[in-house]
Design a protein. Structure first.
Length: 201
């Protein structure tokens, strides 16, 4: 339910992982294999000489010295801007509004997620199988979807929690007047492990 481009993220992570893996392997080789350090030192010296030769082919007045230096700085700045734009595009999709309906000139009706969250907490009040619950809404390609997360008490039957979630969803659909896509997530955690059990294990 997020707008993150997963394929692009995986490709970038793969490339970054391969680059880090190659760098690590080169460092290990330089420290363990005989002659590897001399090889890397020679390669570095060659690259440095080539860079100096290249920078002398497009001279500029001080302090820029070379067009190649300006181009290198421009590439780094462009990379920084693209990285910032990529980071800003991650995640997203979350919305505070679960439903919205326009009524012509009479205005529009908006159902806030906080209202649904309060109704869910009130419905679960006194339910000893659920330690905590949270509700959030996300924009997807098919429209707004709801995510319901429930933290189970130790020893609680998942079937009972699923039935409870189904009742909550039916109530929300009846309240809104139409069905809405819902992702139900039943979790456990540290609070679950220290809570008391109401069922024989």
């Amino acid at each position: 339910m997020r707008r993150t481009n997963r394929a692009l993220n995986r490709a970038l992570l793969t490339l970054a992982g391969l680059a880090l893996l190659g760098t690590g392997a080169a460092l290990i080789a330089a420290g363990t294999l005989p002659g590897a350090a001399d090889t890397w030192r020679a390669i570095g010296s060659t690259l440095t000489d080539q860079a100096r030769t290249l920078s002398s082919t497009a001279l500029l007045p001080e302090p820029a010295r070379s067009w190649w230096l300006v181009a290198g700085v421009a590439v780094l700045l462009l990379g920084a801007v693209l990285s910032a734009a990529w980071l800003a595009s991650q995640g997203g999709g979350r919305t505070p509004r679960l439903a919205e309906q326009a009524d012509g000139n009479n205005g529009r009706t908006v159902v806030d997620v906080g209202l649904i969250s309060a109704a869910v907490h009130q419905a679960l009040n006194g339910n000893k199988n659920v330690l905590a619950a949270s509700v959030s809404a996300w924009e997807s390609r098919s429209g707004t979807a709801l995510r319901l997360r429930m933290q189970a008490r130790k020893g609680t039957s998942p079937r009972e929690l699923a039935d409870t979630a189904e009742e909550l969803i039916q109530g929300i659909d009846a309240w809104l007047g139409h069905p809405i896509p819902v992702l139900v997530r039943i979790t456990s955690g540290a609070r679950t492990r220290v809570s008391g059990s109401r069922r024989a294990r």
